[in-house]
Design a protein around this ligand. Structure first.
Ligand code: SF4
Ligand code: SF4
Length: 152
């Protein structure tokens, strides 16, 4: 089993990213890009997601829902479902490789916030690549971040 301790899945907040830019004649078309993580979710169903127990302790400003965690050792919790032989975080909604998102996005653990989708920030991500390959998905490329224009 792969262990996710320092980095984790992230960036499932934006089902649509929108920006506006000037066009000849002064028109302001809207460009949309569907975030690649929303048709993936592989890293949420590949790694053991472990983090310090304080992240689920509200008295210490922890935000992870305790009911969705279980104890790993005296210092760490894991997201339920991620210790299984075929891990799948209990908070993951949808179908991996089709349409998936984090059901506790605003309350997800720090490790989940730290995973970079490959090429979102101009570099590959070993964890993203490993998870996608593990689910039979092609690796993300820089082209996946190209803005796809749609009609406003
Ligand atoms: S494996 Fe990569 S593309 Fe898929 S959800 Fe995780 S970070 Fe996003
Ligand atoms: S908490 Fe959310 S982002 Fe983290 S592994 Fe579970 S579904 Fe994925």
């Amino acid at each position: 089993m792969q262990v996710l301790t320092v980095e984790g899945p992230r960036t499932r907040a934006f089902d649509v990213l929108e920006s506006r830019c000037c066009a000849p004649g002064g028109a302001l078309p809207t460009f949309r890009m569907v975030h690649p993580c929303l048709s993936c979710g592989a890293c949420c169903a590949y790694f053991r997601v472990a983090f310090h127990w304080s992240e689920a302790d509200a008295s210490l400003s922890g935000v992870v829902p305790p009911a969705l965690t279980e104890t790993l050792d005296p210092h760490r919790l894991v997201m339920r479902g991620t210790q299984a032989s075929r891990p799948r975080c209990t908070a993951l909604q949808g179908t991996v490789g089709d349409a998936a998102h984090c059901g506790i996005y605003e309350r997800r653990p720090s490790v989940c916030r730290e995973v970079e989708p490959s090429w979102e920030f101009g570099r590959p991500s070993a964890q993203c690549d490993k998870a996608r390959l593990g689910h039979g998905l092609s690796l993300l490329t820089p082209d996946d971040w190209a803005v796809a224009a749609t009609a406003a």
